[in-house]
Design a binder for this molecule. Structure first.
Ligand SMILES: [Zn+2]
Length: 172
């Protein structure tokens, strides 16, 4: 059974395993969440290469700036995994869930379902990628104003410092 992936986990997965996020800031540490942690949370065994592949499939959903393209990408992930709605009983209570045919599609389907749920309820520009040129991490903007542009305060400060230096050297 597939359950929508918490967005926080989804972001960690994309930033921890994605090829671009890892390359841009030269990370060499062991990605978080680890394959073992993913297995524990989603009940499926996934190899490192599969996790990196999943992260790379999700990354463009955040980096694209067009809402039409974003919708197209998520729809593509949903159909590719063949995830479908189901009902299951817990005593007399019925719960809504999702199923996939192939167990290996569980993690990508959990992410696709979460993105679908989120984007159907929020401005799609709430998903984004860091504006720092040396960072490709992604984020969900949960701020009240919805004007977030950086993955972290670290990146925001680095960009501010660089802009300040540029202005100072331009001023001569
Ligand atoms: Zn960043």
């Amino acid at each position: 059974m597939v359950e929508a992936m918490p967005l926080e986990t989804l972001i960690e997965l994309v930033n921890g395993w994605g090829t671009d996020p890892r390359r841009e800031d030269g990370r060499s540490d062991q990605p978080y969440p680890s394959a073992a942690e993913i297995e524990e949370r989603f009940g499926v065994r996934v190899g490192d290469r599969v996790l990196a592949g999943i992260a790379d499939r999700l990354h463009p959903v955040f980096t694209t700036s067009g809402s039409t393209e974003r919708a197209r990408l998520v729809t593509g992930l949903l159909s590719e995994t063949g995830v479908r709605p189901e009902l299951h009983a817990d005593g007399d209570l019925l719960h809504a869930g999702w199923l996939v045919q192939e167990e290996r599609d569980t993690v990508l389907a959990a992410a696709a379902v979460a993105l679908r749920d989120y984007l159907a309820q929020h401005d799609s520009r709430r998903l984004g990628a860091c504006a720092d040129r040396r960072c490709a991490d992604v984020y969900v903007d949960t701020s009240p104003g919805g004007r977030r542009r950086f993955c972290s305060v670290t990146c925001q400060n680095r960009t501010r410092v660089a802009a300040f230096r540029n202005r100072r050297s331009a001023a001569g």
